[in-house]
Design a protein around this ligand. Structure first.
Ligand code: NAD
Ligand code: TYD
Length: 350
């Protein structure tokens, strides 16, 4: 019997991971602990919220008393740690929020797991979900490997790098059974529209400008979110304790090329004349310290555990657009809240 604590399960990746585990493993008990920050949304989990093997708890991972109590009450055998502050632009305006959740929150969970499991580490796993951004920024060539030296350059990536270091420190110092994965940029349904792809889909739907930072030459390596969740499932069950696995799609796009492809697909789907959406592209002031390029080498995951991405990017993007067009209620609910203030603050000064 596995009893798994998923943190941040009401967020983008966490909700896909929670759905996968609840549906694929009906004999596991899944407990989702989420503070429901601006990024957490219970509408992401409506289809599984009444499943008998699923429980939601609203709470903060920095609340040590709560976290310790949950470990005592539920006797978790595993942790899938997704909760985080996740947006680079927000980390530039409020770095301490990232230290709080990503560094202190992760350390609080590690301590609770160590205390709860110290009599018997057998069949326990603390799985930390991390990002390729900890490796820094690449030039025009090369890839991030599992042994690439950390070189974080934004407050977000610095806080994630720090959390990764704490996870490894708990492995080396206390032998806590940990696993870490570092994934490239995700996209797909339920993505909060502060990130490039869902923000642009929403703006195209509403005929609003598409803000491209700098010249749009920065490169990201995009992976469909369900492929990320599948990779985590594979590593959780078959990966080695104490190891790190890179996850990526070998799918690099400049921001400008990606937005042009998005515009092309949306013109077709919305029956707009070719070039209509691309006419909304607007170059705005660059992000401070903007990393040029991320690219993951995921050979280890492929060769050791047999994971490969299932979707080509054009197909994944098409599925994603279709989801947003079919789920305008979800989107309207999100953008009618504090999102408007955020958007005003981020984009009107650019
Ligand atoms: P998200 O911002 O969509 O969701 C984060 C979730 O964590 C939200 O539900 C939020 O309510 C919750 N949360 C935040 N602070 C909390 C706290 N103090 N206590 C409890 N819950 C809290 O993030 P995401 O994009 O789903 O990312 C999930 C994880 O995956 C993060 O660790 C992120 O670093 C990592 N990651 C993301 C990407 C990506 O492209 N989005 C890529 C690689 C890795
Ligand atoms: P984002 O989705 O924020 O992810 P990350 O910064 O974690 O890679 O941004 C993806 C890329 O798109 C990044 O190079 C910044 C750029 N970008 C824009 O050009 N305009 C925007 O409005 C946003 C949100 C991002």
């Amino acid at each position: 019997m596995q009893i798994i604590l998923i943190t941040g399960g009401a967020g983008f990746i966490g909700s896909h991971l929670t759905r996968l585990f609840v549906q694929k493993y009906p004999h596991y008990k899944i407990v989702n602990l989420d503070a429901l920050t601006y990024a957490g949304n219970l509408n992401n989990l409506r289809d599984i919220e009444n499943e008998p093997n699923y429980t939601f708890i609203k709470g903060d991972i920095t609340d040590a008393a709560l976290v310790n109590r949950l470990f005592a009450e539920h006797r978790f055998t595993g942790v899938l740690h997704c909760a985080a502050e996740s947006h680079v632009d927000r980390s530039i305006t409020d770095p301490l929020a990232f230290v709080r959740t990503n560094v202190i929150g992760t350390s609080t969970l590690l301590l609770a797991a160590k205390e709860s499991w110290k009599q018997d580490y057998n069949n326990k796993i603390f799985y930390h979900i991390s990002t390729d951004e900890v490796y820094g920024s690449l030039g025009e060539t090369g890839f991030f490997y599992e042994n690439t030296a950390y070189d974080p350059r934004s407050p977000y990536s610095a806080s994630k790098a720090s959390s990764d270091h704490f996870v490894r420190a708990f492995y080396h110092t206390y032998q806590l059974p940990v696993k870490i994965s570092n994934c490239s940029n995700n996209y797909g349904p339920y993505h909060f529209p502060e990130k490039l792809i869902p923000l642009s889909i929403n703006n195209i739907m509403n005929n609003k400008p598409l803000p491209i930072y700098g010249k749009g030459e920065n490169i990201r390596d995009w992976l469909f979110v369900e492929d990320h969740a599948r990779a985590i499932d594979t590593i959780y069950h078959n990966g080695k304790i104490g190891e790190t696995y890179n996850i990526g799609g070998h799918n690099e796009w400049t921001n400008l090329a990606l937005i042009k492809e998005l515009c092309r697909q949306m013109d077709t789907k919305l029956n707009r004349a070719e070039g209509t959406s691309a006419g909304l592209i607007t170059f705005v002031k660059d992000r401070a310290g903007h990393d040029l390029r991320y690219a993951i080498d995921a050979t280890k995951l492929k060769e050791e555990l047999g994971w490969v991405p299932s979707l080509q990017f054009e197909e994944g993007l098409s599925k994603t657009i279709d989801w947003y067009l079919a789920n305008t209620n979800w989107l309207n609910d999100v953008v009618n809240g504090h999102y408007k203030d955020y958007y005003e603050e981020q984009y009107h000064k650019r």
